[in-house]
Design a protein around this ligand. Sequence first.
Ligand code: ADP
Ligand code: MG
Length: 395
Amino acid sequence: MSKKSIRQVNLQGKRVFMRADFNVPMKDGVITDTARIDASLPSIRMLIDQGAKLILASHLGKPKEAGDPAFSLKPVAMKLQQRLGKEVKFFATPEVVDDSVRLAVENMNEGDVLLLENTRFLEGETKNDPQTSALFASLADAFVNDAFGTAHRAHASTVGVPTLLPIAVSGLLIEKELESFEKILEHPKRPLVAILGGAKVSDKIRVIENLLTKVDKLLIGGAMAYTFFRAQGRKVGSSLVEEEQIEFAKQMLETAREKGVELLLPIDTAGSTVFEDIEPTVYGDVDFPDDFRGMDIGPKTIELFCNALDGAGSVVWNGPMGVFEMEHYSTGTKAVAIKLSTLEADTIVGGGDSAAAIHQLGLEDKMTHVSTGGGASLELLEGKELPGIAILEDM
Ligand code: ADP
Ligand code: MG
């Protein structure tokens, strides 16, 4: 399962096509969070130091029209230039690869960096069209994938190009993501505890199934918990429930019993009669009134979950414990995040919103690993092999 990375190859003098994840949030042409750019810097710096001729590629958002300036990678080129303290060549061309790009690549020296325009300006990108892949591959001698956030997508720049080049390895970010998930899923320090939350059971069906074969304890919070409450025959008022998943939740409760996995559900719930950021009411382990909607785990559950985490060897967390976007309902999510930050255990956070919660709290340095890919990390937790990774050379 281990894949070769840029540590195991020498790319000096080679033209390297590196697929990065520069899909950064933007507002009015300004990058509002540079985390993804920053996460790619170690690989970029290593390739510059190796003396590669570095051609960077990424998508940004979902442009409907090639060349739409709102989706241009120009701001990313400027930011990269700032971070690296060296020139990053960039051509704002809707064709992505045109004659000026070709000429610039021909004239690159070792250690030079060029960023291509948004790969999704080409229709063939998301279709994994062979011509688009060939166009990209024609620029380079080697392929590096460091775009963990899109590794679960089979696109031209993620799986097409590597099939056409003699060298295809991962960057340092993908290497770290893989090592972290492999460790926790394949040979974790035990006990291994998983915390699952978020909005929908249906998003996480395979994650729940897969984790139940691996963990010692499973803590379930977030809206997901209410479908499990229903599976236990409880009334959950106006809380979010997926009726069609109640049967699945029943099965999972049964599977946990069979496998001897300790499955903990909330014992109290904070919520309100309106979906607004106001002072919560808390109900215990009872049927909720019809107009009550659960929006967070309650104080007793926080204590229960924190105690369950004491002495853990490894923890994997996906999905917030409540509507953490609202101050009054962020208590459970914050408490779990802070608890994780105090543990000796290996701690991994996957999922876009859970990672956002960790970043909001500034706790990323206290975790063993906070994944940079929402969807991609979920697929790893499902036990799937990601196409953008499967295609890379094995160790
Ligand atoms: P992740 O991105 O970490 O995988 P999800 O996308 O599955 O997480 O879930 C995040 C969403 O779940 C958040 O928008 C949050 O508001 C919502 N959520 C969590 N708890 C509840 C709840 N009790 N009721 C409604 N929404 C909830
Ligand atoms: Mg999400």
